[in-house]
Design a protein around this ligand. Structure first.
Ligand code: NAD
Length: 256
């Protein structure tokens, strides 16, 4: 119960990494606002958590993280529902990409930047203002990606947005420290969620082989780390990137 008494917002909380983190946070004693662009999916998640014996621990909220007013409203909803805010997990994201020379900027660049980059900025800003106004320390965890630190095929815009998330994390930690606020980024590698499941089994096998232990990471494994980072036990982890990629970022090639 290392998050007992805490209130958290999890964006993209209706699916994949976000959904697994909802379950983990609730098991650790936190109350969670499940925020997602799909209200129906967020409400379904609340019903599932209720059915698992944790009634009243979650609520659903529709948000488009690329709209600052909606993100501010999301934070206000967490406070009006559960009384305060202690943790935000800025995790909502979209993936995909086209070769750079084929880009239509309006289609292949702008939407990705708005959701994966601006969405995290808005979450940081809205939550930090709430923490400051409450006068309590808070924790901000941002989902970047292995692609935020390296180039990858068909990932021009995604990599740019995920690199910005790492930069936001450093700068926000620096600026917000005086308010007792901690900011951390995670860089997942290959995680078995909808983003990955759209690919063929053959490609999924290749993805898994890019991680040191040759397996796809489970969303719950990422959630375990996020819960630790949100807890007081991670009090000295600040302004940095936690690689949750089973060695992807240190591994280049198998020789067999
Ligand atoms: P997912 O598709 O299962 O979950 C993403 C969630 O975000 C969905 O519930 C979706 O409805 C929501 N969402 C999308 N756009 C939104 C918006 N504008 N506003 C609010 N919610 C929105 O995928 P996932 O793999 O769980 O992805 C979560 C995060 O992890 C993303 O930021 C993704 O880039 C990152 N990530 C995933 C992997 C992976 O291998 N799955 C690897 C690295 C990073």
């Amino acid at each position: 119960m290392r998050l007992e008494g805490k209130v958290a917002v999890i964006t993209g909380g209706a699916s994949g990494i976000g959904r697994a983190t909802v379950d983990k946070f609730v098991r650790e004693g936190a109350k969670v606002l499940i925020a997602d662009i799909s209200l129906e999916a967020a409400e379904r998640a609340v019903a599932e958590v209720d059915a698992a014996g944790h009634a009243g621990m979650t609520a659903a909220c529709r948000v488009d993280v690329s709209d600052f007013a909606e993100v501010e409203q999301m934070v206000a909803t967490a406070v009006s529902t559960f009384g305060k805010l202690d943790v935000i997990f800025n995790n909502a994201g979209i993936a995909g990409g086209t070769p750079l020379l084929d880009h239509d900027p309006a289609k292949d660049y702008v939407p990705m930047i708005r959701v994966d980059q601006d969405g995290v900025y808005y979450g940081i800003l809205a939550a930090a203002r709430q923490f400051r106004d409450q006068g309590t320390p808070g924790v901000i965890i941002n989902t970047s990606s292995i692609y935020g630190e390296q180039a990858a095929e068909l990932a021009f815009s995604y990599s740019a947005a995920k690199a910005a998330v790492i930069s936001f994390t450093r700068s926000a930690a620096y600026e917000l420290a005086e308010h007792g606020i901690r900011v951390v980024a995670i860089t997942p590698g290959r995680v078995g969620t909808a983003i990955i499941n759209q690919f063929s089994d053959e490609l999924k096998t290749v993805f898994a082989s890019e991680q040191l232990r040759n397996t796809m990471t489970q969303p719950s494994e990422i959630a375990d780390v996020v819960a630790f980072l949100a807890s007081d036990e991670a009090n000295v982890i600040n302004g940095t990137v936690v690689h949750v990629d089973d060695g992807y970022s240190v591994f280049k090639q198998r020789l067999d």
